[in-house]
Design a protein around this ligand. Structure first.
Ligand SMILES: CC(=O)SCCNC(=O)CCNC(=O)[C@H](O)C(C)(C)COP(=O)(O)OP(=O)(O)OC[C@H]1O[C@@H](n2cnc3c(N)ncnc32)[C@H](O)[C@@H]1OP(=O)(O)O
Ligand SMILES: O=C([O-])CC(=O)C(=O)O
Length: 465
């Protein structure tokens, strides 16, 4: 089942010893580390502009213009690059590399999202002490303003949790440091420090916001615990959700949130944050917009859709009758009705998603998960879906993406409210999307404004070329 795993591991071993490997950072704070790294990157950008502004790096074809800009190399994105076969690398480090070098929680094994945030922002692997300091800072800044609590409490329970999250994040811009500094007329060179402050405050507040939404919608009249200043970001999130006593689920959430943090710049949520941020909209508004892109079923909402699809399959086939043949029939039924198979296919990847593999490995390492019917259903579907999708012949990538499995572990551990799952993704994607906002301000990246053409204008251009 994990035929691809060995290949990923061997690629990543090479990378870990290559020029990409990151040194352990010193005792500096996150901001001090950035103060060191930023001038180096600024020089790199200056050099690129000076020496290569006119260097051609690809053609623009009509298919790119019509096909959602697929394949166009048209954005700068510092923290990660996605290879179609090998998957994501964060500053050159693959997922298995990150699992080896990024600090975990005391008593845990999984990557702490704080350490991933540090890597994304600085390109350096933090020490456990630096990670702990960042956890502490986030916990100290994690409380929500009262008016945001009231806003969330006033929303109807029937309003989708992602809508609530986007609204809450937008409202947090009340306290935007960037916005108030901009109004005062700060210099461009100072933009990034205020952006960083907003980004850290937003990441710190996301668990309390997301947990409040969960409690209001699914566990009304239960008490939301206070933030524990000695706990990491996800330790607190899990506690506030009401699952703090489930160590396995908390560890899974750490891995989930670390791995979903960034997927280069072109994905719809990251790109939205970048586009909106390029207008100098503050990080809260930029990330709120990103969340509404994440809330689409072709993107982040697919992890909710996978559960919905699996439940529908189980209720049609019957729990006791699940086998490969029945799953195949259900896959064909889905495809013939013109729907997509959620959790399969990808805009860039052409192999099973290494995030899917990493989450599956988490399952393989725990007996309760290997025996879980819902996890077994993911595995059985993985055994037949690629061949069905190949035979169907439309999708360029017949393999699973991360959404094919991410929600099932949550489901197994009792977090069964799958309309909530994309909110967890939304807590995570902030790591990468907000990192790039800091870099965009530090590098002075401009307003994003590509050229569009009407079909008539396109035909005219084709004739004239
Ligand atoms: C975290 C993430 O965002 S990962 C993605 C999560 N989304 C999903 O899992 C939803 C299911 N998958 C999909 O819809 C697609 O694979 C996407 C949106 C992820 C990628 O879309 P594209 O880059 O356009 O995929 P691709 O070029 O392979 O599409 C070609 C055709 O195959 C179809 N196709 C792609 N994936 C699937 C699928 N899983 N099931 C059925 N058909 C599919 C497309 O709808 C398209 O059909 P069309 O020609 O009739 O328009
Ligand atoms: O890269 C993409 O287009 C979608 C995806 O997997 C992500 O954003 O995590």
């Amino acid at each position: 089942m994990f035929a691809h795993r060995a290949a990923f591991r061997s690629i990543s071993r090479t990378a870990a010893t290559s020029a990409h490997a990151k040194r352990f950072a010193s005792t500096k704070s996150l901001k001090e580390t950035l103060q060191e790294v930023i001038p180096v990157k600024q020089e790199q950008l200056k050099r690129l502009k000076l020496e290569h502004s006119q260097t051609v790096i690809g053609d623009v074809k009509v298919e790119n213009l019509i096909g959602g800009m697929r394949g166009l190399k048209a954005m700068l994105w510092e923290a990660s690059v996605l290879d179609p076969l090998e998957g994501i690398r964060f500053h050159g480090l693959s997922i298995p590399d990150c699992q080896k070098v990024l600090p975990a929680a005391p008593g845990g094994k999984e990557i702490l999202p704080e350490s991933m945030l540090w890597l994304l922002l600085t390109g350096e692997v933090p020490t456990p002490e630096q990670t702990r300091q960042l956890s502490k800072e986030l916990a100290e800044k994690g409380e929500l303003p009262e008016f945001v609590e009231k806003l969330i409490d006033s929303l109807p329970k029937s309003l989708h949790p992602m809508t609530q999250l986007g609204m809450g994040v937008a409202a947090l811009n009340h306290d935007s440091s960037f916005q108030s500094a901009y109004e005062k007329g700060i210099k461009k060179s100072e933009y990034w420090t205020h952006t960083l402050e907003d980004c850290i405050n937003l990441i710190a507040r996301l668990p309390a916001l997301a947990a409040r939404i969960y409690r209001n919608v699914y566990k009304p009249d239960t008490e939301l615990p206070n933030i524990n200043k000695d706990l990491d970001l996800v330790g607190n999130y899990s506690n506030m959700l009401g699952y703090g006593d489930n160590h396995n689920l908390t560890e899974y959430l750490r891995l989930y949130i670390a791995l979903h943090g960034d997927h280069e710049g072109g994905n719809a949520s990251a790109h939205t944050a970048h586009l909106v941020g390029s207008t100098l909209s503050d990080p809260y508004l930029s990330y709120s917009a990103a969340l509404f892109a994440l809330a689409g079923p072709l993107h982040g909402l697919a992890n909710q859709e996978v559960l919905r699809w699996q439940q529908a399959m189980l209720s049609e086939i019957g729990d006791g009758n699940i086998n490969h043949e029945k799953i195949k029939e259900y896959l064909w039924k889905t495809l013939k009705s013109g729907q997509v198979v959620p959790g399969y296919g990808h805009g860039v990847l052409r192999n099973p998603d290494p995030r899917f593999i990493a989450l599956q490995e988490f399952c393989q390492s725990r007996p309760e998960l290997t025996e879980s019917p819902i996890i077994q259903l993911v595995n059985k579907t993985f055994q037949v879906a690629p061949d069905v999708l190949k035979e169907h012949g439309k999708t360029k990538n017949p393999y699973p993406n991360v959404d094919a499995t991410s929600g099932c572990v949550l489901y197994h551990y009792g977090l069964t409210e799958f309309k909530y799952y994309t909110v967890i993704f939304g807590v995570s994607r902030a790591l990468g999307a907000l990192t790039q906002l800091v870099w965009a301000r530090a590098l002075g990246l401009p307003l994003e404004r590509p050229k569009s053409l009407s079909m008539d204008a396109l035909e005219k251009l084709i004739k004239s070329s």
